[in-house]
Design a protein around this ligand. Structure first.
Ligand SMILES: [Zn+2]
Length: 346
């Protein structure tokens, strides 16, 4: 049975999302202190492409990363003209993984609002983008930007550690999304923030070690620090409900915390790409001495480890998706005011 509210909202009206409030959408898609601007749940999938052009609280979430994606693609094109990216492979993987984050995020924010099940599954795609970036940036930092003394501690074997880390953190992120489970209810946010923080901190250890040992050794360090600052700001914005907590309803369409988080994270990835490029190309940069090490990996070795991470992520996401489906079947779709209960998923 349709609710009266559902009947009065015309999905063909350009401004219809401005009439949809928190009580009309799945609980997991609600953003704290963002009162209106939600797209309608339980609509045909093609409806959600509208997120790209109608005023709603996801529009800028998509565009912030879509613009970043186009910019990273331009960077890839320009660097490919001046460098052999298969030889200078840390730059290639930094660029591709930044593009992966932006692409997964764009799709996730476009389609996740359809139902609880869709939200959980699309967010797992978002996590996959983050994990692919985490793996590639960690590999780049260790094999292209670290001091020889730091590299020598674990050498080639550190890539096994990165692979394991990414598989573990992705599993933690996915499990935290199973609705109604103990993990999602009580510890969901903590698991997500803890897992991401652990992965990030492990990834910047070579840079911390370098900064503590030799300080501001070349121009690349300036960009590593800028990337670090923007990543810190983006983590703060991800966890916070600012600025909408100051004035609920004033930042529904433009300016809520997740949009600012996207902008800061896009800058963090941009500065990281610049820093890796400088470390690879500046005379006396760490790359030249690192590649002379007997156990320095090739792009093929890194790709094999990356493939292991991708395979693990695919199987884990498929396994968790089944649990999400069962959980929703057992408890029913979270919805309010008459919006469809127990939505049958296609
Ligand atoms: Zn996002």
């Amino acid at each position: 049975m349709e609710s009266s509210q559902e009947c009065t909202i015309d999905p063909d009206d350009y401004f219809h999302a401005l009439k949809v409030n928190q009580s009309q959408v799945p609980k997991c898609t609600i953003k704290k202190n963002v009162l209106i601007g939600y797209v309608l749940p339980n609509m045909p999938r093609r409806y959600y492409w509208k997120v790209l052009w109608i005023p709603c609280n996801e529009t800028l979430n998509v565009w912030t990363h879509l613009v970043a994606l186009i910019y990273y693609m331009r960077m890839l094109y320009l660097y490919n003209d001046s460098l052999d990216l298969f030889v200078q492979w840390p730059l290639l993987i930094s660029l591709l993984s930044s593009m992966s984050v932006a692409t997964c995020s764009c799709f996730a924010h476009t389609f996740h609002s359809r139902s609880t099940f869709d939200h959980c599954c699309w967010m797992m795609l978002d996590f996959f983008g983050i994990i692919s970036y985490s793996f590639c940036s960690t590999v780049s930092h260790f094999f292209a930007c670290s001091q020889l003394s730091h590299y020598a501690r674990l050498g080639f074997w550190n890539i096994i550690m990165f692979t394991l880390n990414c598989c573990i953190v992705f599993t933690m992120l996915c499990v935290s999304k199973i609705p109604y489970s103990v993990t999602s209810k009580r510890y969901g946010n903590s698991i997500r923030i803890g897992g991401l923080a652990y992965g990030y901190i492990y990834g910047i250890l070579p840079l911390l070690d370098r900064f503590m040992t030799v300080g501001w050794d070349n121009d690349a360090m300036k960009y590593h620090i800028l990337s670090f600052v923007y990543m810190g700001l983006s983590a703060y914005m991800y966890a916070s409900t600012m600025p909408q907590s100051i004035s609920p309803g004033s930042f529904d369409i433009i300016g809520h915390n997740h949009q600012i988080f996207h902008v800061f994270s896009a800058f963090a990835m941009y500065y990281d790409i610049i820093a890796v490029h400088l470390d690879l190309t500046l005379p006396g940069g760490p790359w030249a001495s690192l590649t002379e090490q007997d156990d320095h990996p090739t792009l093929v070795t890194v790709s094999i480890c990356g493939l292991i991470v991708v395979t693990w992520c695919l199987f884990t996401a498929a396994y968790v998706a089944k649990h999400i489906e069962k959980s929703i079947q057992a408890h029913g779709e979270v919805s309010c005011n008459g919006f469809s209960e127990n939505v049958k998923q296609s």
